[in-house]
Design a protein around this ligand. Sequence first.
Ligand code: 5GP
Length: 131
Amino acid sequence: MATIFSRIVRGEIPSYKVAEDDRFYAFLDINPRKPGHTLVIPKQEVDYIFDLDPEQLGDLFRFAQRVAHAISAVIPCNRVGVGVLGLEVPHAHIHLIPLDTEADLNLSRPICKIPAEEMQRICQAIAKKFE
Ligand code: 5GP
């Protein structure tokens, strides 16, 4: 059965897409710990990120680097932090989270309640910077 993230890539489930190419896809986390919290995934369905082919893993991070630069151009922050858990969704993904303090990278933090219009605005602004 397809993962929820594969269903997002196919457009079966809506997402706030910020970037895409033939192999990778980036979209806002639906439960943002900070405004601009983004997930970057390979389209290839692999559960554990370190099971990716080494070249694919490198390319995933290169893609994430471009997304991170776009995020930091839009969201005021000290820098963009990187988190890899995969405890909830069995499809490799990188969390990119705008950081001001160390605690911002704690994914157990309460979720930010961001109205849909603001999520859309953030999404479009990051997507524009990614171009
Ligand atoms: P992890 O697997 O790294 O522990 O957490 C998975 C992340 O994916 C969580 O931060 C969760 O909010 C996010 N997530 C789960 N389902 C969806 C979804 O359907 N859409 C989006 N945009 N994010 C999701």
